[in-house]
Design a protein around this ligand. Structure first.
Ligand code: G4P
Length: 528
């Protein structure tokens, strides 16, 4: 197979949802279709269970397991599918945001009864920022839930997605009869527990056909005709190009646990989802078809075995071929490195790979060389864009609790920050180290790992902060004035960028009003 064919046949995507909407179940059904797993339940171990939310050790252990399923790959209808796993736990949201930098499209799972939930909103916001194409899967139709049209309104309003249903449900809960697949004009009849047979899918080009009554009953047939007419009037026609630009989102209805509606979505997905897309560096755009290898690190996972300090850095191949035992330039360190054991982590098995192609994710054993966002190339100096840090929401001052181990503490903190566990800011007026995270759990994770991996101890002091945002300003005089007036709230991030630490939403608002020419950014990537 030629290099171009290898690229064309890849689909790298992520499944995102608010916890419990059915992401794990859907992933598992997709893997079953692809033959990547043989039995249901195989992916379950990857999920951070609700019962473990207060037990971060258990969460770390489960995250360890999740290395094995970081990328789940399988072939389906001649297409090579890479599903990137994203942690559902909200305290690890930043991990998920970063994983989204390595995908070419996403599937959003929404619970029909709960509708659009908070975490869905946060994740879709990141997709929209990046113009990532989104498919929506409305799950759990075997249960009572919201009305289809109301739900689509909610998706449009809360997620800001322009939608286009490609299937339409016939009833729900006890009355759920199946879906009408508008994309292929087929009626798919619901049988619980994935017991569908060929006869349950009936081609139905014209819903006026009298046979419809015979199959789903008079009332359901009338309802379907009425709703499908309304849907075709209200929603735009499907246009694959608009979807690929992230401007139109096809919607499917189904029930993941019953394996219903999943195959229809997958069949459509392999036809419409984009193959590896171009990526942008500060220097120039990168076309996947370029023959020289380029890639970036989007995730670093610590080794769960305390005897081995090494970590696994995940690289997304953006162009060219990534080959084993070949020297590549680590741009930030200006150093050539070669990798003898680049690994793919496929559901349940890991393998050393000799060649990987654009769209693929490769795990590299790393002894501390990499940071999130690092670029690898064949020699060209490039810096990939779009791997920002996000404004954290919880803050604590970190103090050294064992004066004899300060070297270990600072090394540990640096490495954990490189991994992206949290962000560290150094407050300018007193050099205090402040750790900012998305969730409270990371504080415990840091403390535990400093002690067990670096032999250092830290303690925390509470800090009443609401937001940290990055600052820029074209007007030098106003910038100087701002820095002077807010002297005590200024810090620097790991790259030396200026950050404003706002005590409350009100303080932030006041600062924005008093200094209209100062820009407050909620991700670190604001420079053009
Ligand atoms: P998540 O990864 O998004 O957090 O969700 P997950 O797939 O684990 O699903 C959350 C719960 O919803 C699970 O039940 C799962 O069985 C159930 N579920 C998934 N899809 C459907 C569906 O189509 N219909 C119905 N009725 N339920 C569905 P649980 O009780 O939390 O876990 P388990 O005991 O089933 O493992």
């Amino acid at each position: 197979m030629s290099f171009l064919q290898e690229i064309e046949k890849r689909r790298t995507f992520g499944i995102i949802s608010h916890p419990d909407a059915g992401k794990t179940t859907l992933t598992e059904k997709l893997l079953l279709f692809g033959g990547a797993i043989q039995t249901a339940g195989a992916v379950k171990s990857n999920k951070i269970k609700k019962s473990a939310t207060s037990d971060f050790m258990e969460i770390e252990r489960q995250r360890g397991i999740s290395v094995a399923t970081s990328v789940m790959g399988f072939d389906y209808k001649g297409v090579k599918i890479n599903i990137l796993d994203t942690p559902g736990h909200k305290d690890f949201a930043e991990d998920t945001y970063r994983t989204l930098t390595a995908v070419d499209s996403v599937i959003v799972v929404i619970d029909v009864a709960k509708g659009v939930e908070e975490q869905t909103e946060n994740l879709v916001r990141v997709c929209k920022m990046r113009k990532t194409p989104v498919i929506v899967f409305i799950n759990k139709l075997d249960r009572e839930g919201k009305d289809g049209i109301d739900l689509l309104d909610e998706v449009e309003q809360k997620l800001g997605l322009r939608v286009c249903p490609l299937s339409w449900p016939i009833g729900m809960g006890q009355r759920f009869k199946g879906v009408y697949n508008m994309y292929e004009q087929k009626l798919c009849l619901f049988q619980p527990h994935g017991k569908q047979t060929e006869e349950d899918t009936i081609v139905f080009e014209d819903l006026e056909d009298e046979n419809l009554e015979n199959i789903i009953g008079k009332a359901a047939a009338e309802e379907l005709r009425e709703e499908s007419e309304m849907v075709s009037e209200v929603y735009p026609e499907f246009d694959a190009k608009l979807y690929q630009k992230g401007e139109l989102s096809p919607v499917f209805f189904g029930s993941a646990i019953n394996n219903f509606g999943v195959k229809e979505m997958l069949d459509c997905f392999v036809q419409i989802a984009p193959s590896p897309m171009p990526r942008f560096t500060e220097e120039r755009p990168i076309n996947p078809k370029e023959d020289k290898f380029t890639g970036f690190i989007f995730k670093i996972h610590a080794n769960m075995d305390p005897k081995h300090r090494d970590r696994i850095a995940f690289v997304r191949v953006c162009s060219g071929e990534f080959k084993r035992n070949t020297n590549y330039l680590h741009v930030r360190k200006n150093k050539k490195i070669k990798f003898s054991n680049p690994t793919t982590f496929m559901a349940a098995k890991k393998e050393v790979v000799d060649v990987s192609y654009p769209g693929d994710i490769v795990g590299l054993y790393d002894s501390g060389n990499f940071k999130i966002g690092d670029t690898l190339t064949e020699g060209e100096v490039l810096h990939f864009k779009g791997i920002p840090s996000f404004s954290p929401e919880q803050f604590r001052i970190v103090r050294n609790a064992d004066p004899l181990k300060s070297k270990q503490l600072y090394k540990g903190l640096d490495q954990l920050m490189d991994e992206g566990v949290a962000q560290m800011f150094i407050r300018s007026w007193d050099n205090t180290r402040i750790i900012g995270t998305v969730g409270a759990l990371q504080f415990e994770v840091i403390q535990y790992r400093l002690e067990h991996e670096y032999g250092a101890k830290c303690s925390y002091e509470p800090l009443a902060l609401n937001k940290a945002c990055w600052i820029s300003c074209e007007d030098e005089a106003q910038y100087e004035e701002f820095l002077k007036r807010r002297r005590r709230d200024i810090a620097k991030d790991k790259d030396g960028n200026i950050v404003f630490l706002a005590e409350s939403a009100w303080v932030l608002k006041m600062a924005q009003e008093s200094f209209p020419k100062v820009n407050f950014h909620f991700t670190s990537e604001y420079k053009e």
